[in-house]
Design a protein. Structure first.
Length: 360
């Protein structure tokens, strides 16, 4: 949808006035016309016609995508400096068009002080000293720092079409053991999880997890990914006897909404974990129980019991359900194992659960 460049410019400079006025009651705003110096026609076209989507991840934290024709740009803000970019992205300099798109579409505020606003705006507007616009460098420091990247021309990665995945890969790439003490192995696994995980995974959940400030939250958000699939095995059996061609996910919703039916949780967890291979179940059991003896049985039921026990200890507050304490080393191994399990189970069951069935 075409945007009015005049309206975008007005928004940017109005926000600078607004910030200055909030910090200094003596500051006087004006309504003079100002704009950013244009880079070139292509950048002007981006400003007015690019498709912009964004997700807010907290106060002053966002990830945005700016698509125009065959070009795909990304913006990251409040998530750490772009030191290591995810796969198939390369850092680029900000341009007036990209900057204006993000500031305007995400409705970002300025942090300008009154003195900064005066330095940038006084005697710089249409009609004064052959004014031809503000250079981007004069204005971008009055807003939160924006980092821009561009998808490689030959990039065909599916993950670049999902903003939750791009955000997760970016955060994992910049993660430097804060607030969680994530080790190198987990950091690498999280990057791979977001960049190459099965496309049916609800990536908004693990994204939420890596933004959290405690290990149980990250674990529980990965657990919720598995929980979404709890009904899939029973519903697969049911639709073999019913003329139903919709998605199993929709049928699961209808049964719970209309009949309040859902399967027993630990049994349901075991049923979907049976679609994983023994090596993955072995990794889960070893991570959850470091004292595991070699040669034991790595059944889906044993695997489910470990996961469900830890889950219960962090979601219930009854006296007998105290939260289990784990070392940082254990948590790293648990989250790696959960990433492996989520990826494998969704590869086996995700499409069948989330997409419409085809009539035979």
């Amino acid at each position: 949808m075409s945007r009015q460049r005049i309206e975008m410019s007005k928004y940017i400079f109005d926000k600078i006035h607004e910030s200055a006025s909030l910090q200094d009651p003596m500051y006087t705003s004006d309504d003079h016309a100002r704009w950013l110096v244009r880079k070139d026609q292509a950048d002007i076209d981006i400003m007015s016609d690019a498709e912009v989507k964004f997700i807010l991840l907290g106060v002053n934290k966002l990830v945005a995508t700016i698509k125009y024709e065959n070009e795909n740009y990304f913006c990251f803000s409040g998530l750490g400096e772009a030191v290591n970019l995810p796969a198939n992205l390369e850092e680029i300099e900000s341009t007036p068009g990209l900057f204006a798109c993000v500031i305007y579409c995400a409705q970002l505020k300025s942090f300008a002080t009154a003195s900064q606003a005066r330095d940038a705006l006084e005697q710089q507007y249409r009609g004064v000293d052959e004014y031809s616009g503000h250079a981007l460098e004069q204005i971008e420091d009055l807003f939160q720092k924006l980092y821009f990247a561009k998808a490689n021309i030959d990039a065909s990665s599916t993950y670049l079409n999902n903003l939750d995945r791009v955000a997760g890969a970016y955060i994992a790439s910049q993660y430097l053991s804060h607030p969680l003490e994530i080790n190198y192995n987990l950091r690498s696994r999280l990057i791979t999880f977001f960049e190459a995980g099965d496309e049916t995974i609800p990536f908004n959940l693990p994204l939420q997890g890596i933004l959290s400030y405690n290990w149980p939250s990250l674990f529980l958000d990965l657990y919720r990914c598995l929980e979404q699939l709890y009904t899939v095995i029973k519903l697969k059996s049911l639709v073999e006897k019913l003329p139903y061609n919709g998605a199993l996910a929709e049928l699961a919703y209808l049964l719970e909404d209309q009949l309040s039916w859902r399967p027993k949780e630990q049994d349901a967890l075991a049923s979907i974990l049976s679609s994983s291979n023994e090596a993955t179940r072995s990794k889960v059991i070893s991570a959850f129980n470091p004292d595991t003896q070699s040669g034991m049985e790595y059944s889906a039921s044993k695997c489910a019991a470990h996961i469900y026990k830890l889950r219960n200890s962090h979601v219930h507050f009854r006296p007998a359900m105290k939260a289990e304490t784990r070392s940082t080393e254990q948590w790293n191994e648990i989250v790696i194992a959960m990433c492996d399990m989520v990826d494998e189970v969704y590869e086996a069951l995700g499409n069948e659960f989330l997409k419409n069935r085809v009539s035979s």
